[in-house]
Design a binder for this molecule. Sequence first.
Ligand SMILES: *Cc1c(COP(=O)(O)O)cnc(C)c1O
Length: 428
Amino acid sequence: MQYRQIFENAIGKLKTEQRYRVFADIERDSERFPHAIWRDHSGAAHDITIWCSNDYLGMGVNPEVIAAMKSATAKHGAGAGGTRNISGTSHPLVMLEAELADLHGKEAALVFTSGWISNLAAISTIADLLPNCLILSDALNHNSMIEGVRRSSAERKIWRHNDVAHLEELLAAQPLERAKLIVFESLYSMDGDISPIKEICDLAEKYNAMTYIDEVHAVAMYGARGGGVAEREGQMHRIDVIEGTLAKGFGVIGGYIAASPAICDAVRSFAPSFIFSTALPPAVCAAAAQSVRIAKTRPELRMAHQRQSWLTKHALMRAGLPVLPNPSHIVPVMVGDAQLCKAASDMLLERHGIYIQPINYPTVARGTERLRITPTPHHGDAHIAHLVEALVDVWTTLRIPFAEVSDVESPFANDAHCTYPAMKRAAE
Ligand SMILES: *Cc1c(COP(=O)(O)O)cnc(C)c1O
């Protein structure tokens, strides 16, 4: 057996297909975010600007979140000490689950070690407990949801992305009394499009189905208190299970579901990936809870985030860069070729000190390779101007096709200087 050869061949195949991924060596700086240090192959350090973080609001560097983590570490130590079955639930975790249930207007919440695990555990356990359940899953659902669907023994049907007519067709073909679970996301993070939540809830009611939504890319960022798109659209109470992460908008780590006490209790009692895995450390829970509290009470953070996202989007469009239009904070700039996408990302980093990881297959379909830009409230107007200049240079040098220049005005064009530091001052 040529063990080594087998692994090398597998990697070689990825490289031939332009799918081999290289991780940048990044050192985040809590006092200078979005600036950071990047170390190249020789180990030399360069000052860069991060433009592709899912720490969408910069909560990971928020002084109150850091303080909560520090003081809880000093008080409770570094680890949780065991699974919740073996070692009990730390008090900060009890408090975190209460914050999350309240955030979504539910009676209960259950925290997992990651959003990925929460989808795997909750979808598979819920579907397996429902007798003869049919899962109806959106075609573009995240890998963690697909893994949850696959892990269950329930029958599954895939509905065309965001196509409620197709979903209705599939629902109508089933007996009304059959158990059904509709699984979908609120905000799809690669195209930045938003699902028709109300219409899906209407169908669920009409055809007697349960609803499960992944709000991973919307919690902390949408809704009056950061409860997500379902909160913004007044639909939270109509959704049976809301799943979210503590790692993106909330800037820490961990995942959760918010639902009825019966659902949370059932998942707690039957999901192996919950039962047999050590709980999050108390300090992580304290930091996450602080982040949730901040999100609930500071809509100005969400405003600053939306403002910088839209200013970025419109500045790129005015420069003729091919931004994929969408109604959210995600700024996808289309390249359409794996090799060019990687080359553009490398050139941005090496020549301009701008870090944007290339997004290639299988994260997105072949031919739709892109740079996925995620502005935060910490990206000021000067950062945006630098980004536009750098992208235009890279597009020109690599001869990547430009789009038609669109003369769009940002909805924020007139409130010239309310970047994050200014907002912070205004809030004081
Ligand atoms: C990132 C992501 C997850 C997983 O969350 P983690 O907390 O990073 O494990 C789940 N769903 C979607 C849509 C995601 O993008």
